[in-house]
Write a new protein. Structure first.
Length: 456
């Protein structure tokens, strides 16, 4: 969830920055409206889209520590406990829910107040749109399919331009854009760029409405601009409605006389294609392809154990879950049993011995599954030991699993061996008439690899 929210915030912010610095001043208002709505939808949806991530098929090599695992084997009767959620997580969710509920209540209250205005004035029609003549203290605006105008604007010169402006808002359904971003602000109130999206949408809506007014032959640009300057003194903030505002009006006046540069606009639109493609790769949910390596991972020894990857943990947990699901399915049924051969015990064993201590503490296991310890640590004999073992037949000598004469040790140095064991023979293991009392097993570097790495 946290990763999704970060991707949504990052994606929406980047797309807004591109709009603010690259598109806002261009005279292509319909495309800009599409871009703003698309940007929010894109940032919402793309992090949820699984994108297959194909990798070259290789046989991974994993490392495990070579110190013996401390502690007793995991008991099949002990079920792991699920760690309780931290209280801070519950507190954060509670804070989020409270703020979202307050914002939703405020939004519904503003909607109710805006819709209630229909009951406060005289009703009429203008070009097929409902028209409500309001008391003078309420500024002229539009909301969804209704135009709200005060008596002064309705009767004075310039009323036709004002009505044409608000009619453009109604016919182009600008209120739905604002309602959409307001709902997003309720759900994602912690995303500060949503406020910038709302302001950008409102400004572009004014550009679109002005464009619709100017296209009428009966209204010229200078007359319309003087009308806006006359109305700017009456500007007030009213949520969820289209209205005059000083900041917006200043940009509107500039945009009316700006010449559209279609070639530059075309190249800017074209440049958005690689941007969108790059964001899909960056923000989408990466999913590893279904292809699996043709052979199981190899295991190599290393002095430190850092644990296994999430992919191996998932493989381990899936197999253990399959076992316990099978047990649950036959619970209470007669003449049903589970064959342990049906489960990948050896594979589980291999993954478990690569885990870190923290990972082992969190995973489940299955009955009769006693994980093997890691290979024994490498150790070489001393010169004194080699001389002692080569000088008397009290010591029987085996090198890489083969019996050799004691004198053969004189041909080796201590660093020729990776491992040795010394064990005392019991009476029944001593050959008749022999003075041998100890058995020495030595492993060369190659012998250690064969015995404790490849075949462990």
């Amino acid at each position: 969830m946290m990763l999704y929210l970060l991707k949504f915030i990052g994606g929406s912010t980047l797309l807004w920055v591109v709009y603010h610095f690259g598109l806002e001043q261009e005279k292509m208002h319909r495309f800009k409206r599409f871009y703003l709505l698309f940007s929010l939808g894109f940032a919402l949806v793309v992090p949820l889209i699984p994108l297959p991530w194909f990798e070259q098929e290789v046989v991974p090599v994993f490392v495990v520590g070579n110190e013996p695992i401390q502690g007793s084997p995991i008991s099949a009767q002990v079920m792991p406990q699920i760690a309780p959620r931290l209280p801070i997580e519950s507190i954060l969710w509670s804070v989020y829910a409270i703020i979202a509920a307050i914002l939703l209540l405020r939004l519904l209250l503003n909607l109710y107040r805006a819709l209630r205005l229909k009951t406060k004035g005289d009703k009429s029609q203008h070009a097929g749109a409902p028209l409500v003549i309001l008391p003078e203290h309420i500024p002229t605006h539009s909301f969804f399919n209704t135009i709200y105008i005060n008596p002064k604007d309705y009767t004075e010169d310039g009323a036709s331009a004002i009505l044409a402006h608000e009619l453009a808002h109604v016919r182009q359904r600008h209120s739905w854009d604002i309602l959409f971003v307001e709902l997003l602000r309720v759900l994602f109130w912690f995303n500060p760029v949503l406020f910038a999206y709302k302001r950008a949408m409102q400004l572009n809506h004014e550009f679109l409405a002005d464009e619709a007014v100017i296209q009428q032959a009966s209204i010229d640009i200078p007359t319309y601009q003087y009308l806006l300057l006359d109305k700017i003194a009456q500007a007030q903030q009213l949520r969820l409605v289209q209205q005059f505002d000083y900041f917006i009006t200043k940009k509107r006046l500039f945009m009316m006389t700006k010449e559209a540069k279609w070639q530059r606009s075309f190249w800017k639109r074209l440049a958005l294609i690689p941007l969108v493609a790059g964001l899909i790769l960056l923000l989408s949910d990466k999913v590893q392809s279904q292809s699996q390596p043709s052979s199981p991972p190899k295991v190599l020894a290393q002095k430190e154990q850092s644990g296994v990857s999430q992919a191996l943990l998932d493989e381990y947990n899936a197999e253990v879950k399959r076992y316990w699901d099978t047990i649950e399915a036959i619970k209470g049924k007669k003449n049903h049993w589970v064959r342990m051969d049906n489960f990948k015990k050896d594979r589980l064993n291999e993954i478990y011995k690569m885990m870190s201590e923290a990972q082992r503490a969190e995973v489940k296991t299955i009955p009769h599954f006693v994980p093997k310890p890691p290979p024994p640590a490498r150790k070489s004999p001393t010169n004194e030991q080699l001389q002692l073992w080569s000088s008397t037949e009290v010591y029987g000598v085996w090198i890489d699993g083969k019996k050799v004469a004691n004198a053969v040790l004189r041909n080796f140095k201590p660093n020729d061996f990776s491992m040795f064991f010394v064990s005392k023979l019991y009476k029944n293991a001593i050959p008749p008439g022999s003075i041998r009392r100890f058995q020495i097993n030595l492993y060369t570097h190659r012998g250690y690899e064969d015995a404790f790495i490849k075949n462990w």
